[in-house]
Design a protein around this ligand. Sequence first.
Ligand code: GAR
Length: 192
Amino acid sequence: MRVVILGSGRGSNAEAILLAKQAGRLGSAEVVQIFSDKAGAGILALGPRFDVPAAFLDAAPFKTKLEGEGEARYIAAINACRPDLVVLAGFMRVIKPGFLQAFAGRIINLHPSLLPSFPGLDGIGQAWRRGVKIAGCTVHHVTAEVDGGPIIDQAAVRIEPADTLESFTENIHAAEHALLPAVIARLSNPQS
Ligand code: GAR
């Protein structure tokens, strides 16, 4: 299963996927390309480290969505990778119908909350401020509704009295780093 990862940030989840591959825990999935809409993003440094092509791909003209010329650039570049799965791992743009149609049923997203609670920006901060006792993360299929597509799997994280926003954030990231590679491995071996 050919996987293309899109991300905008430090890339800790892309790193978890690549480490899972090294450890033989990614099923038949292989990461064939990483793209980032941020030129200096940490995720791009994973390319040389893991011997995977990694490139900045301009998503202009818009800042928070993938539409117009930027969307066309992404569709062409990703199509050239012949992906079976497109993984949004901290890709901080709203996906529009053109991209959804180009990769229909093949796009998954990671979100740092137990959806449908706390969609949108800063899912971790939203859960923290709301004072929930059970938080977590979600991997879901991407549809036109932001963070609203069918849920594939989730992992729960309990917030303990001694937690701080920092320790809670670390716990969410640790849960994400286990969940996302496990989901990709399962999708690559659907019979298992
Ligand atoms: C992750 O926590 C992911 O859940 C979140 O961005 C972070 C990326 O971290 N995604 C969203 O909030 C999407 N709405 P990373 O760059 O270290 O993988």
